[in-house]
Design a protein around this ligand. Structure first.
Ligand SMILES: CC(C)C(=O)C(=O)O
Length: 507
């Protein structure tokens, strides 16, 4: 590494602080999968995987992870949060196979006085006892100064008394949490600068929470001030508003702090984000920087146009860095350039006339607040191309469909056949059945024969992301021949009616 570069240790605490997100509980095998991915693909330096003594399930999870980590020579990168309780937590983690303890101690006089009801000297003596017991049992200790941020604001003398004590103990790292996420970036910079200058040989981690949405800004200032390590979580999971998010912090470090290096692999950040989303059940907001669904999607047509001309709307934050792809949204504001971009990605070429029709259809769907995805495009195109070749001799002019509890669905249908209008009312087992019964009445009246419906299939475009479209494919039998018609709409019954209208114009 060049002389002016600093290596920053990244400690991921998704499996400990992240699991403190309300409503989240990972199973032991989910924890193992996340741990493996964090250490081998994302390549964070360390992971904090649990709090000691929490539960049997937690014990099993720690055992599973430490067994795997030991086999793979990574045991010293796996940490467990422990308490000032003599050797109770230490024995718990030893039994579970762990080797590194993150000891939770008090970093503010307020916490010490009101929660533990102890004097500093008493607390320090108990901490020293735990650290030395751990050392004797082969456990390496890091210490957390819980509520350190309030400590720096309101009981600075206590924090420095604590630091004077702890730097003489056999601990590897001192970890400074902004427990309530209350610090401003300026305070983070000032507080950490002061500490790092006073204890130049001690390793300090910063542990930022996100209560004011300042998590990423604060980790940036912690690094500028000289912190040696950061605690982050996937998707910013964690207590209350969560912790500083891993993906954003890494992007910021890589783009704005050229003298800072970490071992994290950017390309794996999206995958781990999705994995944690799936296991935790906590949906990533669509606008979450770096990992959110929409953050590399251009919606305005003018942006797609600019990108085509000279990448005018690109920034250093390129999706490919994170294993993602730029998208161009389809909707009422997307315009021709967005549609062309999507067609190019799918390898589809259209005539100007068809492109105009596809654009018109997308605008109509967008107006109905429907979300059109790239996967919908082939469906829209085939529907339009189909309609191009069919003449409208029969037109469904109007209908009213009813569906109510404990009453049979019914329809009033107005149909134009070669310019002549018919109106009929009918009931059925479902709305489409009612529609077909009304149609049959009209055709009977006209002494015309209708094909027999032999199959009815409904599907949505692949990926399950579209709320815009549903395709109904109906197979008809007529004069001993079979044929299919297709209808496309956001409403299933309407898509079936559209497929039926096509049939009426084919026979
Ligand atoms: C439990 C402690 C270390 C914590 O997460 C915090 O103070 O933010």
């Amino acid at each position: 590494m060049p002389n002016n570069q600093r290596y920053i240790e990244i400690m991921d605490t998704t499996l400990r602080d992240g699991e403190q997100t309300s409503g989240v509980s990972f199973s032991a095998s989910e924890k193992l999968t996340i741990a493996q991915s964090l250490l081998t693909e994302v390549k964070v330096d360390r992971i904090e995987i649990a709090s000691a003594r929490v539960s049997e399930g937690e014990f099993d999870a720690v055992k599973k992870i430490t067994k795997w980590a030991k086999t793979n020579g990574m045991l010293n990168r796996v940490e467990v949060l422990t308490f000032v309780d003599g050797d109770v937590s230490i024995d718990w983690m030893i039994k579970a196979g762990a080797k590194v303890a993150n000891l939770l101690t008090k970093g503010s006089l307020n916490h010490l006085t009101h929660q533990l009801k102890k004097k500093p000297e008493q607390h320090f003596a108990e901490i020293a006892e735990v650290i030395n017991l751990a050392k004797k049992k082969g456990i390496e200790t890091n210490v957390y100064l819980e509520d350190w941020s309030n400590g720096m604001r309101h009981s600075k003398a206590y924090v420095f008394q604590y630091l004077d004590f702890i730097v003489k103990q056999p601990v590897k790292r001192v970890m400074l949490p902004d427990t309530l996420g209350i610090l401003t970036p300026v305070e983070v910079y000032d507080f950490i600068s002061e500490i790092v200058q006073r204890y130049p040989t001690t390793h300090f981690d910063f542990h930022g929470h996100n209560d004011y949405d300042l998590g990423t800004a604060n980790v940036m200032e912690a690094l500028r001030a000289g912190a040696h390590g950061l605690h982050l979580t996937v998707n910013g999971m964690g207590e209350r508003a969560g912790n500083a998010p891993l993906a954003s912090a890494i992007a910021v470090m890589n783009d704005f702090m050229p003298n800072i290096k970490s071992s994290v692999v950017e390309k794996s950040l999206y995958r781990i984000s999705r994995l944690v989303e799936t296991f935790s059940g906590i949906r990533i907001p669509a606008n979450k920087p770096v990992v959110g669904e929409n953050v590399f999607t251009q919606t305005a047509g003018i942006h797609a146009d600019g990108d085509k001309k000279n990448k005018l709307y690109f920034s250093d934050l390129m999706p490919e860095r994170f294993g993602r792809q730029r998208k161009y949204a389809l909707g009422k504001t997307s315009g021709k350039a967005n549609i062309e971009n999507n067609l190019a990605q799918l390898g589809i070429q259209l005539s100007d006339a068809d492109l105009k029709k596809v654009t018109q259809r997308i605008i109509e769907l967008g107006d109905k607040k429907e979300m059109v995805t790239q996967a919908d495009l082939p469906y829209i195109i085939s529907d339009i191309l189909d309609s191009n070749s069919i003449q409208d001799k029969v037109k469904v002019e109007n209908y009213v469909l009813t569906h109510s509890k404990e009453l049979r669905p019914s329809v009033t249908l107005r149909l134009a056949v070669n310019g002549e209008t018919f109106e009929e009312h009918a009931q059925g087992d479902g709305q489409y059945d009612a529609f077909m019964n009304a149609l049959k009445k009209i055709y009977k009246q006209k002494k015309m024969e209708l094909p027999q419906l032999t199959d009815y299939a409904v599907r949505i475009p692949p990926g399950g992301k579209s709320d815009a479209l549903c395709e109904t494919i109906i197979t008809w039998s007529y004069n001993n021949k079979e044929f299919k018609t297709r209808g496309l709409d956001s409403d299933q019954t309407v898509s079936a009616i559209k497929a039926t209208q096509k049939m009426l114009n084919i026979i």
